[in-house]
Ligand binder design. Structure first.
Ligand code: HEC
Length: 106
């Protein structure tokens, strides 16, 4: 196989991984624990992320839906800041998918 064919196949594999649902959750966990500033972990308890913040509601108990997380992160709620300016739509979608999937919200 020539080098270009190898690169093309590697590219396709990366693409299919990128669109899979599990990858979205993995990406969302990164947003939750690292990419969001301030980090979601400072304020929220979420067992899967190993966080024990107590400023905001415990997400394991709240079990928010994907839409609920998306709204909260985009617009902010109460003292929770809006992340619309600092996170991309894709990052917000990923973190919403992640939180709702690990807590059993839909
Ligand atoms: C500075 C602290 C802080 C940070 C950082 C923060 N939150 Fe919050 N969050 C809160 C507080 C406080 C509330 C409750 C607001 C209220 O109900 O008045 C809340 C509420 C929520 C809710 C519930 C919304 C609803 O519908 O009731 C979700 C879901 C949520 N946060 C997810 C996140 C995610 C995901 C991140 C990271 C991108 C994040 N939060 C970052 C403090 C924070």
């Amino acid at each position: 196989m020539n080098k270009n064919a190898v690169l093309a196949i590697a590219g396709l594999m990366t693409f299919s991984l990128h669109v899979s649902a599990d990858d979205l959750a993995t990406q969302g966990k990164q947003v939750f624990t690292q990419e969001a500033q301030p980090s979601c972990t400072i304020c929220h308890t979420l067992a899967d992320a190993g966080s024990a913040g107590a400023v905001g509601p415990n997400l394991d108990d709240l079990k928010p839906t994907e839409e609920q997380v998306r709204m909260a992160v985009t617009q902010g709620v109460g003292v929770m800041p809006a992340f619309e300016e600092s996170l991309s739509e894709e990052q917000i979608k990923a973190v919403a998918h992640y939180v709702s999937s690990v807590t059993g919200g839909k």
